[in-house]
Structure formats: structure tokens, C-alpha cells
Design a protein around this ligand. Sequence first.
Ligand SMILES: O=C(O)CCC(=O)C(=O)O
Length: 266
Amino acid sequence: MRRTIKDAEWNEFQKRGYVRLGSVVTDEELEGLRRRIDEIMLGTAPVPYDRIMMQLDTQTGRYEDMDPQTKGHKGATLAYRKMQGLEFDPLFLTYTQKPLFHHICQRAYGEGTPVSVLRAMFMNKPAGQGTVLPWHRDFFGQIDRPPEITVWLALDDTTAANGCIKVLEGSHDLLAGDDTTVFLDGDQVEDALKERRPETLECRAGHAILLHNRLLHTSEVNPTRVPRRAFSVCYMDGWASDKKGTTFSRVFGEGALDPETVLETV
Ligand SMILES: O=C(O)CCC(=O)C(=O)O
């Protein structure tokens, strides 16, 4: 399994706002993550459910119809849309702490900088369901050092048919100077689409894509008979805090969570 990213790949990431990392897990690891995510949804995993944000999928596919995401299990079903706080699961934490991701974080935030996660998140389009995710960027203005990188891992093959991510290449510079917009309004979408054509980022299960947090992206519903599961980790400078001074779970450097003890410490 690779442990570094080449200069050419890093330059591509900076220019286009994303770069494919290829396969980042073994078949066994992938199977373990898939099994564990289903166990978490079904309520049978030994995880601290009171620390995990969970949100059921909509029945309508409309973003406006979503229930709020709140802590705790919401019933034994595979029809969850989103879960955050997966750094508190030893298996997802182990994946999150792969040397390749540490290396990428050091490139983004500087050698020796501790790293925390803004979110370690499951994003699901259940079979025959899913909710449209409108054009947006993962910009977090409430953080004093806004995160720049997200590693998005496909847990299933993601395709145009089952709601894979679509991006506007190079759009991470498009709203430069705008430090508030997350979801684009109709005019902003129209303007952005005038300049660029969306790129459909199909991705094989077990492969990952490094996304710039300001890259404009979207995804649709999943009318197919198989789920479209993905796990993404937004890494940031470990000293970053929000407006209340709250810091986030460290995954690299001093004070980093340890998969061996994480269940005792949360
Ligand atoms: O998995 C997806 O469909 C999109 C994920 C996403 O938009 C995000 O991580 O912000």
C-alpha cells in the first residue's frame, strides 16, 4: 500500500482541486469497514453511540426534507444518510491514521504539525434511496484555521447511476474572498456552470480521492438496488478551534486518539 503522494500528484491536486489516490485499503480492510458500518447502523457495534451523530435518509430524496443530524442511534436500519464521529470507532480510527494520510496532512499543514479531524463521516445513498446533495463546498468559516483537505473513500463502487460525486474541476478558487458561502444559490450555480462542465468522479470500492475543501461538488440519489456507501475524513491543523475555542479530535501528533484505547477514553 502506498505511503506517499508524488510531487506531480500534489501539483495536480492544487491545480484541479482533487486528485485520485487509487487503492488505499486491502480487500480485508475494506470488507471490515463495510461490515462495521452496517453494524453501526444496525445498532450492534461496540461504539459509543452517544458520541456519534446520526441522521436517517429522507424518503423523498430532497435535501430540504432532511431531519437534523443528532447524537445517538435512530433505529436498526441501513437507511442512514450520514454519520459523524467515526473517529471514536477503533476500526475507522485505524484507517484514518494510515501513514499515507499523515504524509498528505504534513504536506498540507507543515511537517510536525499535529492533525485533528473536523469530521470522520459516513455518507450513504441507501439502495433505492439517497438524498440530493446540492452544489456546495466544504468551507467551514467558524474554524479559525479552516480545513483544506478531505480524503473521500468509496466503500462500494460509486457510479453515475448510484450517485457518485460530481465536481467542478478547478473551482476551489472560484469563490475566493467569499468566506461565508457553503451551499451555492441558483445564480452562483448558473455562473459556475457557465465556466466549467461537471466531472463525474466514478470511483472503485477501496479507492480514495483527495478533495480540496473549497472544491465545488454535488451528488444525486441512488435508484439502484445496491447501496452507495462512502467514508470521508476532513483533516485539519491540530491547533484549529471553533469560535467557542473548542478543539477537535487529534489523529496525528501529540494527544492523538489511539485505536487500542479509544473506547475507554470517550
Ligand atoms: O459522498 C457524497 O456524496 C458527498 C460527500 C460530500 O459532499 C462531502 O463530504 O462534503
